[in-house]
Design a protein around this ligand. Structure first.
Ligand code: TRP
Length: 378
């Protein structure tokens, strides 16, 4: 049983608790994560990166505290299951801080400043002149997040690629200097369809700062209102006009979410999305009809998620206990890995007798000294 479990590869991913999770998260990562979890092929570690969220929110810890529980609720709501995944909180694993200290010495300031993801995040936040050191260096602490659990696979969006590349460099440098110790992680990006859902306003990204999100926790009326006011093709003014389905947020959502079953149930005049798209392109199909269909699809998709969320909202203590238990399990793993790292670097002065002998050949283990009682107690 145990050896079988050990053959499974470790998968790790996390989210910053800076807001509730939305449909973009669901399409781009959550549903895929649940699928990987349920496949039974991996040992999934899923964590809430409150430390990383604090790197640009040091003055708003209450925001992070609040959203920690919101994200945990969203996790449970979409079907991340504490019986199958280790769900934990970054700040509860102090070993990550120590690992980060060792990794910091392996990365240059110039390399950090060149990271395209960090660069654009600094710009987005207007931090060009005042970037906190912790923010600039979060890719290093992210290398700790990943390597502390021997994670091989890291599912994440394309924006994570430059961060992960930097993490891989840290692993390679570490292993080259101190010997094979760390597992080199690999990013798994979702396939085309799931890459990125635009906002309801048609902007490239669904993002809470743009106010163009459909949240997993939205009530049915809110979903409907947002869908009915969605951005479509600005040149599709009259029903008869031919329409564009490529840059059309409504069709992008349908691409990501609708099935032939949905057509049977809610729009039986069409067999599938291809037929609907063909009609829209030809002209003669109004936006309202397509939006009503999308609304039906979304309502069906989000209802069970919202219901489960409501259930856990009534059992917040359970949610905290679940996070605490997951954090304990995760910490145990991180401690093992940290021990390996300390041995590799050679700072286990008191436990590693070989190390002692390598420093000074004539160490006498049997010598009775005044510290012996202390050692026994330990
Ligand atoms: N950077 C991720 C985000 O922006 C969160 C995160 C922190 C993460 N540490 C990680 C993701 C390790 C994958 C692996 O949300």
């Amino acid at each position: 049983m145990k050896s079988k479990k050990e053959k499974k590869e470790i998968l790790l991913t996390g989210d910053r608790p800076t807001g509730r999770l939305h449909l973009g998260h669901y399409v781009g990562s959550l549903r895929n994560r649940v699928e990987m979890q349920n496949s039974g092929k991996y040992i999934p570690y899923i964590f809430i990166s409150d430390l990383q969220a604090l790197t640009d929110n040091a003055r708003n810890p209450e925001k992070i505290r609040r959203n920690l529980i919101e994200v945990a609720l969203d996790y449970l709501a979409v079907g991340i299951d504490p019986k199958k995944s280790i769900i934990f909180v970054q700040s509860q694993i102090p070993e990550l801080a120590e690992l980060t200290m060792y990794y910091m010495n392996l990365v240059t300031l110039a390399r950090l400043q060149r990271n395209p993801t960090i660069k654009s995040e600094i710009k987005e936040r207007g931090l060009e002149k005042s970037v906190p050191v912790g923010f600039l260096t979060y890719p290093i602490s992210q290398a700790a997040d990943i390597t502390a659990f021997d994670a091989k696979y890291v599912p994440g969006g394309e924006d994570q690629a430059p961060i992960l590349e930097q993490d891989r460099e840290i692993v390679r440098t570490f292993n080259a200097i101190y010997g094979e110790t760390l597992v080199e992680p690999e990013l798994i990006v979702p396939d085309d369809i799931c890459k990125r859902l635009p906002g309801t306003d048609g902007k490239a990204k669904m993002s809470k700062s743009l106010g163009n999100c459909i949240y997993l926790s939205d009530e049915p009326e809110a979903i409907k209102e947002k869908v009915m006011s969605m951005y479509t093709d600005p040149n599709h003014l009259r029903i008869e006009d031919p329409g564009n389905v490529e840059d059309n947020a409504v069709f992008k959502y349908l691409d990501a979410l609708c099935t032939d079953e949905h057509f049977k149930k809610y729009l039986p005049e069409y067999k599938n999305l291809d037929e609907l798209k063909a009609h829209y392109r030809r002209g003669g199909l109004g936006d309202v009809k397509v939006k009503k269909f999308l609304n039906a699809v979304l309502q069906e998709t989000l209802e069970p998620i919202r219901e489960r969320r409501h259930y856990y909202e009534q059992h917040i203590d359970y949610v905290y206990d679940m996070l605490e238990d997951g954090s304990k399990v995760a910490r145990k793993k991180a401690k093992e890995v940290l021990k390996r790292v300390r041995r590799a670097i050679g700072v286990e002065y008191f436990e590693d007798m070989e190390l002692r002998h390598s420093v000074y050949a004539n160490v006498d283990d049997d010598f009775e000294n005044e510290y012996a009682p202390v050692r026994v107690r330990r």
